[in-house]
Design a protein around this ligand. Structure first.
Ligand code: ATP
Ligand code: MG
Ligand code: FE
Length: 346
């Protein structure tokens, strides 16, 4: 069966096509993404109205490209999955409306699915079925959560999350402090390669003995970087961008991997999946690989292209939801900007 995935929760219009095989494995056929990120760069963050308009313009061309890449016709589609939330209301609505129209026109079932669960499900395109249970560290622009995944199509439970900024948000804010472009993850990752991660001892938030075990905090780290940069500027010193980037990145990777490995060990879960845009970070994956190896935990990180927003992740989750025999959504499906991760399909 062929499943089409439609993603429009933020600033990427994504159309994915996958094949669900009878044995439950899911094969990637097409993954086309149109991003409006350059239109938001000068504002230092996503401008919702601009994102919605860009989705409107990109939806049909991106869909065409996906079918061309896969060598399929729209009539080959057996089901359509669309991001129903969480995300920007106007942006989500464009995808939901388009998916409804495609589903109605093709006479195929429609499945509203969860963007965050999609970030995890995408890993099955690269590494095959997820063992049950597994632990997921979801690190993206808007979320930072530790999740127990008993069933990617239905049972996801949060065991920890950030109490303030998301990890990706911290990257974006620190990049701004250092005069690096938006989004900040890729340029910090690159700058850090020439820096010393031990140069500056930035704080590790929420790691004290009285802090909630599996929660995270990144706003103190961001403030510490800001103070450090201000101090250097006040002394008339040039900012050692590479050292600051490397030291900040080390602090983020340290707390994320330490807590994820501890959560896996304490709950006796043998597999950790790291996903979401920040999973594309080179230091996060190398430190996670080292610590998981030491703890005897299998680590799965999708390739960077699959970590950031795309339609393939929604198609992959849709395929798992179809395979599980879940009921399709009704045609009055609406977007839910605050959809919790426990609501895998709606
Ligand atoms: P959410 O999924 O929570 O709704 P989102 O969809 O905007 O948010 P993603 O597209 O998953 O988020 O991730 C975008 C974030 O990933 C940005 O904050 C960006 O800076 C960060 N990011 C991308 N590449 C890297 C990298 N190599 N290192 C660190 N962060 C990165
Ligand atoms: Mg984006
Ligand atoms: Fe995302």
């Amino acid at each position: 069966r062929i499943i089409m995935g439609v993603e429009s929760s933020c600033d990427e219009t994504g159309i994915g096509l996958v094949r669900l095989h009878d044995d439950g494995t899911v094969e990637l056929l097409a993954d086309e993404v149109a991003s409006s990120v350059e239109q938001h760069a000068r504002f230092g963050g996503v401008v919702p109205e601009v994102a919605s308009r860009a989705h409107l313009e990109a939806m049909v061309p991106t869909t065409r490209r996906a079918f061309t890449t896969a060598g399929l016709e729209m009539s080959d589609v057996d089901a359509i999955a669309v991001t129903a939330g969480p995300g920007l209301a106007g942006a989500l609505l464009v995808g939901v409306s388009a998916a409804k129209a495609y589903a109605a026109a093709l006479g195929v079932p429609l499945y509203g699915v969860n963007h965050l669960a999609g970030h995890i499900a995408v890993d099955t395109l690269q590494h095959g079925p997820l063992p049950s249970p597994c632990l997921a560290l979801l690190v993206s622009g808007g979320h930072t959560q530790l999740l127990r995944v008993d069933d990617i199509a239905g049972k996801i439970t949060e065991i920890g999350s950030t109490v303030d900024d998301a990890a990706g948000e911290a990257y974006d804010k620190v990049a701004r402090l250092l005069g690096l472009p938006y989004p900040g993850g890729p340029p910090i990752d690159k700058a850090a390669k020439a820096g010393d991660p031990q140069a500056i001892a930035f704080p590790r938030g929420m790691t004290g003995p009285r802090d909630a075990k599996f929660d995270f905090s990144f706003s103190g780290l961001k403030t510490a970087v800001a103070r450090w940069v201000e101090g250097a500027q006040a002394r008339g010193e040039e900012i050692p961008v590479a050292d600051v980037a490397a030291s900040f990145q080390e602090a983020v990777a340290d707390v994320l991997t330490a807590k994820a490995v501890r959560a896996a060990t304490e709950s006796g879960i043998g597999t950790l999946v790291i996903s979401g845009g920040v999973a594309a970070n080179s230091r996060l994956s190398s430190l996670a690989a080292q610590r998981c190896a030491e703890a005897g935990i299998e680590l799965r990180v999708p390739r960077p292209r699959l970590c950031t927003d795309n339609g393939a992740m929604i198609a992959a989750l849709g395929a798992h939801v179809v395979a599980a025999g879940c009921a399709p959504s009704s045609l009055d499906l609406s977007a839910n900007p605050a959809l919790p991760v426990s609501a895998v399909s709606v």
